[in-house]
Design a binder for this molecule. Sequence first.
Ligand code: URA
Length: 215
Amino acid sequence: MASPRITIVKHPMALEQLTLARDRRSDQVIFRKAIFRLGRILAYEFLRTLETKEVQVETPLEKSRGEKIKGNDKIVIVMILRASIPFVEGMYKMLPMARTGIISAWRGEPPDFSIEVSYAKIPTIHEDDIVIIADPMLATGHTLVEVANRVMARGKPKRLVFFSVISARQGINYVSRVYPNAEFYTCAIDRKLNKEGYILPGLGDAGDRAFGSPY
Ligand code: URA
């Protein structure tokens, strides 16, 4: 298998926000804000990969040369309920023209980690689209593969990109075996998964940290 295409974003602000997100003492307000900011930073780094085209602009004083990002209206963000909500909100700050797919997918019990999907609204995907699937935690990769399969059923994009705050190497390998051309943007690759499929050291359950435990 060729090496997965991974960008690890180590901007000082990303490192600080990641630490806040990991910290068990961060309440849900601090946690959501950290995830929001990390979504914004990852999208900012990702934007470096888009080209710009030359445009003309008139300043109050004279005409000048300007730049416009090419293809930022060809981006589709796929949000996975519920932990992706603050993450994607942050991404919109950099990708405001993105179309959005929403999917409710969650992982069953080990060892199968079978995925249940109860809601999916994914726009038609065109061949010049870039799809970004956003999940703060890339753990086993089972959820992301299921989500990507559903995206592919709506059309094949030009690029398939996965955004996560923290990833497990095992999950990246699993996803890239199924989608060898996929790209990964993450802030950290952590040590390992525990038996329940949680990332160690990780940050715990991202949905519970952001919105409170349902129990
Ligand atoms: N999902 C989470 O919220 N946390 C993990 O560590 C793994 C999956």
